[in-house]
Ligand binder design. Structure first.
Ligand SMILES: C[S@@+](CC[C@H](N)C(=O)[O-])C[C@H]1O[C@@H](n2cnc3c(N)ncnc32)[C@H](O)[C@@H]1O
Length: 384
């Protein structure tokens, strides 16, 4: 099926993941050495090009570069985007603007997340976001086909993944549908792992994972701040756990994407002095905290000039440097977005600006909230 040079590349990738501190559990070493990633990249990928108007995604076909170069792409520890704005690389005839909607995540992150999820021999797993199918194949190799269920939202992506997984010699349960609903037929699962991000934990995940099982999912919000939540289910219908220090940024589950931005009215609203330096939102934990404070807001701008917009209510806030020193903010609409951001950021600053791993997530039947320090500490409701 795969040629000897590819086998050497797989072994080299596995060694590199160990050296670079991604792979520690030798159970995954053999899987990386065995699964031919080039099969999962298919016949075309997108390469990013930075332009003055933003990132353009240039389609690149295997036939453009030849087999040798193609396999070398597959065995670099790099993410390869395979779909942008719902258009697959094999269907694109010119560079595209827009956001990636499917990819083969870099193997280092795939493996690290499998380890953080604590997945090991004997576990049953539900994966949300099959994508190219590479991670589903790794898990099928280690755990067996019957132990792995993977859900993909996009039928075209799911079809490619199914063909690649079959070609590689595996047969997990592959489902085309919305991972937010889980897959009841194979429940209960020991582990749930998502390779796309959520704004909150869907209710179905809570009852399809067994008590004592785990949910490991990238977390994301409309200000584009990210985290990696690692939760354990209690026997009382709740789940809690910390955000992991490992930094990841995954594309959002499609039903959680933000609404299109509406227009913004420059220079309107009540003006006052800002209680915080808006530049704090350029720090990844600062932005994470700001997003907790105003989860319905989308952010534009950076540095001194931050604009927040809540599309549903038309509320907006805009900061700027004050020539006299400090910063001012103008706010309008029913939600005082900057007030909420200030309160959250000042709470975090008051605690000494701890890293994201000091935060955790609590999911109960009635409420989901992010806590700081412990479950009784300062907390912020998620838009669940
Ligand atoms: C980063 S890719 C997955 C990478 C994949 N695990 C791999 O290693 O090749 C994320 C995938 O999640 C899928 N997705 C987005 N929303 C989803 C949803 N609600 N349910 C299931 N899959 C979803 C996207 O279509 C995309 O293919």
């Amino acid at each position: 099926m795969t040629s000897p040079p590819t086998a050497r590349l797989r072994q080299a990738l596995a060694r590199r993941l160990v050296t670079d501190d991604y792979l520690h559990d030798m159970g995954w070493m053999e899987a990386v050495e065995t699964i031919p990633r080039e099969v999962f990249l298919g016949e075309a990928i997108f390469r990013p090009t930075e332009t003055e108007s933003g990132t353009l995604w240039e389609p690149l076909r295997r036939s453009d570069v030849g087999d040798e170069q193609w396999t070398s792409f597959a065995y670099t520890n790099q993410t390869w985007v395979t779909q942008v704005g719902g258009i697959s690389a094999s269907d694109a005839s010119r560079p595209l603007a827009g956001s990636p909607t499917s990819s083969s995540t870099l193997p280092g992150i795939v493996i690290r997340m499998l380890e953080i999820a604590g997945i090991s021999d004997g576990d049953t797993v539900l994966e949300i976001g099959t994508g190219t199918g590479y991670s589903a194949a790794l898990m099928s190799h280690r755990l067996g086909n019957r132990a792995v269920t993977s859900i993909e939202y996009d039928p075209v992506v799911a079809q490619h993944a199914c063909e690649a997984i079959t070609e590689a010699g595996y047969a997990p349960t592959l489902v085309v549908g919305d991972g937010l609903a889980g897959y009841e037929r194979n429940a209960e699962y020991d582990r749930l792992i998502a390779t796309c991000s959520v704004r909150y934990i869907p209710a179905s995940w809570m009852w399809q994972v067994r008590d004592g099982g785990t949910i490991t999912t990238p977390f994301w919000g409309w200000m584009n701040a990210n985290g990696l939540a690692n939760l354990t289910l209690g026997d009382d219908g709740t789940a809690t756990g910390h955000f992991d220090p490992f930094e990841v940024a995954f594309m959002p589950v499609r039903p959680h994407t933000a609404p299109p931005l509406s227009h913004y009215l420059i220079g309107r609203g009540e003006r006052r002095e800002s209680r915080i330096d808006p530049n704090v939102l350029d720090d990844s934990t600062g932005l994470f905290v700001a997003q907790l404070g105003a989860p319905s807001a989308q952010r534009m701008g950076s540095g001194d000039e931050v604009i927040l917009l809540d599309v549903a209510t038309g509320s907006q806030a805009a900061t700027q440097a004050d020539p006299a020193g400090g910063w001012t903010v103008r706010q309008r609409g029913p939600l005082r977005l900057w007030d909420e951001v200030e309160d959250a950021v000042m709470t975090w600053q008051g605690a000494g600006c701890p890293p994201q791993s000091a935060f955790g997530l609590m999911v109960t039947r009635d409420r989901q909230y992010v806590w700081l320090g412990d479950t009784e500490g300062p907390n912020w409701n998620l838009p669940a």
